[in-house]
Design a protein around this ligand. Structure first.
Ligand code: PEP
Length: 252
């Protein structure tokens, strides 16, 4: 049985006061949720504050991106050793916003994935097609290409210490959620593609769904066989809604 993971992605949101409130509420609510893993991915500058507020709670800390470099003359970058030192367990790599708005290519994502793993961070590798790609029947081709970039650089065993998030771009921040069946079909495709190289890794890896997950639709998504939790954007900024999603994970 794979454990459900619910990870919040705060994106470019929050300030000291709002994060203090949000984290305190999440930590209090998460106390009773012992059957689900929970993480919050904060903006870089708020990672130390979030780490301090999380304290010894079971809620894990994550970052939203990482440099492929460990150190050196790379102005503006933040490295995996830095994230580790500040207390991160997870780091999102290849989010569709990084790919679409900041020109991140499959190869860049794969190198970030490698840099994170090398330090013992757990990369949350985001995969997903745009609306145009879905309508052109290219969903599997796109997701396979994004996944293969990591498999080719790192090998399938690297996925045994990683998480995948399937996030159809058309469902992110739009209020349009993939139906549980649509999501399940792609999750099964991803798992089968990994299984073709290593069945044990495929069985073990958590594949999260992301794209307008809310308290009201999480349970039906998490009930699907190959959906092992969610990567949550908008709803992760509302403690009550985020905790409802976590509760849906706890009830699975
Ligand atoms: C995301 O950005 O990873 C995401 C899933 O966003 P939202 O939940 O707002 O669609």
């Amino acid at each position: 049985m794979r454990r459900i993971l619910v990870a919040g992605n705060w994106k470019l949101n929050g300030n000291k006061a709002s994060i203090q409130q949000l984290v305190n509420s999440i930590v209090t609510g998460a106390n009773e949720l012992t059957k689900v893993s929970i993480a919050v991915c904060a903006p870089y500058v708020y990672l130390p504050l979030t780490a301090e507020l999380l304290g010894s709670s079971a809620v894990a800390l994550g970052a939203q991106d990482v440099s492929e470099q460990d150190s050196g003359a790379f102005t503006g970058e933040v490295s995996a050793p830095m994230l580790l030192e500040i207390g991160c367990k997870y780091v999102i790599v290849g989010h569709s916003e990084r790919r679409a708005l900041f020109g991140e290519k499959d190869g860049d994502t794969a190198r970030k994935f490698a840099a994170a793993r090398k330090q013992g961070l757990i990369p949350i590798l985001c995969l997903g097609e745009s609306l145009a790609e879905r309508e052109a029947g290219q969903t599997e081709t796109v997701v396979a290409r994004q996944l293969d970039a990591v498999l080719e650089l790192e090998g399938v065993q690297a996925l045994s210490d990683a998480v995948i998030a399937y996030e159809p771009v058309w469902a992110i921040g739009t209020g349009k959620t993939a139906t549980p069946e649509q999501a399940q079909a792609v999750h099964a495709f991803i798992r089968e593609r990994i299984a073709a190289q290593d069945e044990a890794v495929a069985k073990k890896i958590q594949i999260l769904y992301g794209g307008s997950v809310k308290g009201s639709n999480a349970a039906e998504l998490f009930a699907m066989q190959d959906i092992d939790g969610g990567l949550i954007g908008g709803a992760s900024l509302d403690a009550q809604d985020f905790l409802k999603i976590c509760q849906a994970g706890q009830n699975q």
